[in-house]
Design a protein around this ligand. Sequence first.
Ligand SMILES: Nc1ncnc2c1ncn2[C@@H]1O[C@H](COP(=O)(O)OP(=O)(O)O)[C@@H](O)[C@H]1O
Ligand SMILES: [Mg+2]
Length: 420
Amino acid sequence: MSARVAAGSSRHGGTGSMQPPLLPKLTQSAGRRRWTVGLISGTSMDGVDAALVSIEGRAERRRIHLRAFQTTSYPPVTRKALLRLASGSPTTAEEVSRLNFVLGSLFGDAALAVCRQGRISPRQLTVIGSHGQTVFHQGARPRGHARPLPLRPPSTLQIGEPAVIAERTGIPVVADFRPADMAAGGEGAPLVPLIDYLLFGNAQADVVALNIGGIANVTIIPAGAEPEEVRGFDTGPGNMVIDGLVRHFSRGRKAYDEEGQKARRGKPIESTLAQILSLPFFRRLPPKSAGREEFGDAFLERYFLADKNAAPEDLLSTATELTAKSVAQALRHARPRNAKARRLVVSGGGAHNRFLVERIAALLPEMELAASDRYGIPVDAKEAIAFALLADRTLQGLPGNLPAVTGARHPAVLGKLALP
Ligand SMILES: Nc1ncnc2c1ncn2[C@@H]1O[C@H](COP(=O)(O)OP(=O)(O)O)[C@@H](O)[C@H]1O
Ligand SMILES: [Mg+2]
C-alpha cells in the first residue's frame, strides 16, 4: 500500500518555535529523507498498527510517503488480558508490569514486520514513534471538582515498553506522547488533530476529519485556518459498543459486525438512544476525551444488556445509530466558516462499517463524505502515520499538541526517548 501526500504549506506546523535540538545526532538529518515507523494500538485493542513512512523536509514544508502498512493482531490471550485490564477489573502491579513488557515485544515485532513488508532495513530508520496501548485514561478531573482530588489527578497510562522496542529494533524510540500534554493541564488527547491539520487542511474547504476507532473523534479545520483555530475532541463511542455487543452475542467468536450487516437488519431503540444522548458526556463542551472508562463494559451492561428481551439486531442498530448521531450532533455545534465546500474525511476501522458510514452521511447531508484514502491516507493507517510524524516533530524539538484542542496551557514537545 502506498500513497504520496504533500503535507503542509509554509504556515503549517507553526505551533511554537523551534527549540535547540537536544540530540544533535538524531536531528541532523531533519532536512533529508528519514524513514520512520509509527506504532499504535487503539481502544479497540484489536492489534498493533504499524506504518512505515518516509518524511522529507522540515516542519513547514514536509512531504510524506507511506511505504508500507500492516496490523499485527494481538494473540487472543493478550487481547483478553488487555480488555480485562482496561475494563477496570481488579489487577496487580505485577500484571500491568508484565503486560508492559509483553506488548513491548509485540510492538517491536510489528515495527520489524512493517520494515520487511516495505523492504527497508530497520537500520535505515531514524526513529520509531510508539503510542503504545492505552490501559487507563482519565483526561478530565472528576466532575464537580474544581481541583483534583488528592489521589485522583487526571492521568493516563500507555503500555508497550519502549526500551524493549528499541532493543529489538536497534532504533531510538519516542513513546509516551500523552503525559507531557497532561502535565501542562491538557486532556492528553486527542493528539492526531495537528497531523490532520497538516494532512487534510485546505484553503477553500472546511474539513472535518472523523476517525472511527473504538472511540470516535473529530478534528474540525475551518478553510484556511491557523493551527490555533483547529478544534478536536472525542464525540463518544465509535466501534466500542458495537464490538462489545458482537463479542457478547457471539460468545467471543466474532469481534465486529461485518460491514454493519446485522445492525442494518435491526431497528434502533429510540428510548435507549434518547437516554444515552442526554448523558453529561454528550452535552459537555470540548475539550473532552473518552475511553473504555466511559463506554466500556459497564456502559454496555447498563444501557444495552440489562434488557434481556431486546433483539441483538435491534441493540446493534441502536449502538450504530448512537455513534452516527453523536458524531452528527457534535458537528452541529461546530460552526466552521462559510467555505466553498464542507468535507468529512473518514478514517479508522469504522470506515469499513458500510451501514455506519451510510447513517453518518444521511445525518450530515450538507457534508461531502469520503474515506481518507481519497486524500492519499489509507483509512487504517492514519493514526499510525500520525505517530510517526509526531515522533519526527519531537526529534526536531517541535510541539505535537494543539492547546486549543487538548486544553493544555501551552504547546508541548511530546514523548520520551528510549535509546537502543
Ligand atoms: N469490515 C469491517 N466491518 C465492520 N467493522 C469493521 C470492519 N473492519 C474493522 N472494523 C471495525 O474497526 C475496529 C478497529 O478499528 P481501529 O481503527 O483499529 O480502532 P482502534 O483505533 O480503536 O484500534 C474493529 O474493532 C471493528 O469494530
Ligand atoms: Mg486498532
